[in-house]
Structures are given as structure tokens and as C-alpha cells.
Design a protein around this ligand. Structure first.
Ligand code: FA5
Length: 343
């Protein structure tokens, strides 16, 4: 019996000494100590022995167990620390190496100008309202005084998702949403965001562009408030010398309505391909909120009046930074983007 246990010990020592890693040592441990391992098998045999020999046999198995535990423990400890040392050596940091140059992204002119426009109005006490790019037909058209089949719906060629949903063609639906949430409370808000139209792209038209909507409602709000606001906005964006003109226009949700043009930066008003020969670039539509819109969205039109406007973000950016073609905003040409300040 002694010889048999001595052989098992020697055999185990060879396996322990040959193991090259913690994993291999754990495999050796399992071979002896798992439920189906050698120690469990030897213990199981005790029942088959003569009662008089059981005690010695049990002691011999216990000795073997202690011997294996001790040798495996020592070997595991040693191997674990040498593996850790090897890992740390391979992860060593050389702090004297020169750093890598990461390019800092310039700010896209769209966001640059969107923030500038918002800052002008925030400075005048406007709050910011958010709207969704996927909008209900009801808010994009109906609640802005354009019921189904109204011819003005064709002014903005629409991407429909289904009968009720569309990609908003302008930021004006946010007006209706904010009015419905306030109802008969004075308000002063702007809402920047993207809009989508089935327009053919050219120098000044894109199928996807940005607008900043503005809406002011209160008692005694008049056209002169609108004019002063637009005048201040244009001066802040383009400086006092740039020529601005207001043209009378038509929007179903405002009455009277105007459009604001700024003299073309490419030709200085003489006429060129960018301004299509007119000498002017249109930047926004505006007007006094149509009383029908006030009533439909929960305001008392006998008590309240208001004005609204919608500024084209890329158009303002073109005039501000001398950009001759709106398509540059979405072509992702890094040489164009690098011309703008970094964040
Ligand atoms: C509107 O979208 C109205 N919702 C604006 C408005 C709001 C009027 C509140 C009255 C009261 P319009 O379609 O004109 O209007 O667009 C407004 C501005 O968006 C234009 O002045 C122009 O700056 C810009 N814009 C219009 N179409 C395009 C286009 N295809 N590509 C780039 N910018 C455009």
C-alpha cells in the first residue's frame, strides 16, 4: 500500500513540476481533486476494504491529499507571480515617447452659424423649444391654416412617410406645438432644427437644410416689433453696412407676410450665378401670426397678437462666410471644413 501511494506522489510531483502555467496547474489539481478525480476514487474504495485496514488506508489517502495540496499551492503561487511579472513587463509604458497628434475637428459652419443665430435671440430673451424632424401632417400644415387640399401645401414639396406622417418641411410646426402647450400665455421662443423638401439642389437650394423658427405672442405685439427685431438680427449677423430689404410675400400662417433678402456677398448686388442674377439672397420668411392660427392653437385672437419668422441657417452662413454654393455644407470636403474655427 505504501509503495502504491509513494508512486502516486512521485507521479503527481512530475506533473506539477512540468506544468508551465496557472491553467496547466489547475488541470493537474482537477485531475486529483475534482468530484471524479483520483482522491475521490481512492476514498470511495474504503468501503470495499477489511474493517481492520480501513484506518491505515484512510490515513494514507489523507496524507496524499495534504501532500498534493501543499505542492500544488506552492507551485501555483510561484507560477501566478511569474505570470503577473511577465504581463506587467509587456504592458510597460514609455513615458518619454512623443505624443501622437490627433486632429481636432473644426466646427461645421452649419453649427457655428446655428449657434450664432440662437445666441442673438437668447440675448433678446427668447427661450428655446425643440421639435421633431418626423412630424404630423396636422402640425406641419393643418394647424398652420393649410387644411387638406389647400394650394399652399404645394409651396413646399413634401417627403411623406404615410398619410399622417412626414419629414417636416419647415420649423413652423413647433409654433403650433408650443402655442398648444401655453394657451393664452404670452410667449417668446425660437426653435432651431433640420427640415426636408423635395427641392432640386442648386447653389442656394438643398433638399435638407436648417431653419430657426421664431415666435412672439403677447398683448399689443405689432408689425413694428417684428421689423425692429429683424433689423437688429440682420445687423448683428451681417454688420451695419450690409444692405437688407423687406419684400411683401405670402404665407398662409401669417398676415401680412414678408421675406427678407440680403445683398449678395459674391457679386455685391450686381448679379451672379449664386444669387441667380438678382443681386439678393433670401434669408427668411416672416409675418404677423394669422388670427386663424392663434384661434386654432388655443389663443384668444381678440386679446393676443404675435409675429413669427423662419430663418434659413445655410443661407445666413453663406452670406456670413462668403460660401458660394450650399452643396458644400453636405459634401464633407475636409479642405472646406478646415477653413472654419476649431472647437
Ligand atoms: C418657410 O419655411 C416659413 N415656414 C417661414 C416662416 C416662418 C414664415 C414663420 C412666416 C412665419 P420659406 O419656404 O420661405 O418659408 O423658407 C424660409 C427660409 O428657409 C428661406 O428664406 C431660406 O432662407 C430657407 N430656405 C427655403 N428653402 C430652402 C432650400 N431649398 N434650401 C436652403 N434654404 C432654403
Amino acid at each position: 500500500m505504501d509503495k502504491k501511494f509513494e508512486n502516486i506522489k512521485q507521479d503527481a510531483l512530475v506533473k506539477i513540476n512540468n506544468a508551465q502555467s496557472v491553467k496547466e496547474l489547475n488541470d493537474v489539481r482537477n485531475e486529483y481533486f475534482a468530484k471524479s478525480g483520483l482522491i475521490a476514487a481512492l476514498m470511495g474504495k474504503i468501503r470495499e476494504l477489511e474493517p481492520s485496514t480501513r484506518k491505515d488506508y484512510g490515513q494514507a489517502v489523507n496524507n496524499l491529499k495534504l501532500f498534493l495540496e501543499e505542492n500544488l499551492g506552492v507551485a501555483l503561487e510561484k507560477t501566478r507571480s511569474s505570470e503577473l511579472r511577465a504581463r506587467l513587463a509587456s504592458e510597460k509604458l514609455d513615458l518619454t515617447l512623443p505624443g501622437r497628434n490627433f486632429e481636432v475637428a473644426p466646427q461645421h459652419p452649419f453649427h457655428l452659424v446655428k449657434d450664432e443665430i440662437c445666441d442673438v435671440f437668447i440675448g433678446m430673451g427668447y427661450m428655446i423649444a425643440e421639435g421633431d424632424e418626423v412630424e404630423e401632417d396636422m402640425f406641419n400644415f393643418t394647424l398652420l391654416n393649410m387644411p387638406e387640399n389647400h394650394p399652399a401645401r404645394d409651396m413646399q414639396d413634401t417627403f411623406y412617410i404615410n398619410e399622417k406622417l412626414l419629414l417636416r418641411t419647415h420649423t413652423s410646426p413647433v409654433q403650433a406645438r408650443v402655442m398648444q402647450s401655453k394657451k393664452n400665455e404670452p410667449l417668446k421662443m425660437i426653435s432651431p432644427g433640420k427640415v426636408f423638401r423635395r427641392d432640386d439642389d442648386d447653389n442656394t437650394h438643398s433638399h435638407q437644410f436648417g431653419q430657426v423658427e421664431g415666435l412672439v405672442i403677447g398683448e399689443g405685439i405689432s408689425f413694428s416689433h417684428l421689423k425692429a427685431t429683424l433689423d437688429l438680427f440682420a445687423k448683428k449677423m451681417f454688420g451695419p453696412k450690409r444692405e437688407i430689404r423687406l419684400r411683401s410675400s405670402y404665407f398662409p400662417f401669417t398676415e401680412p407676410s414678408v421675406e427678407v433678402d440680403v445683398s449678395c456677398h459674391v457679386c455685391n448686388g450686381k448679379g451672379c450665378p449664386t444669387c441667380k442674377g438678382s443681386g439678393w439672397i433670401e434669408i427668411l420668411g416672416a409675418g404677423m401670426v394669422n388670427p386663424n392660427v392663434l384661434t386654432m392653437n388655443g389663443f384668444d385672437a381678440d386679446k393676443f397678437t404675435g409675429f413669427a419668422f423662419g430663418v434659413g441657417i445655410e443661407r445666413v452662413a453663406m452670406l456670413r462666410y462668403g460660401i458660394d454654393d450650399i452643396r458644400r455644407f453636405y459634401q464633407n470636403d475636409i479642405r472646406f471644413l478646415k477653413e472654419f474655427p476649431k472647437r
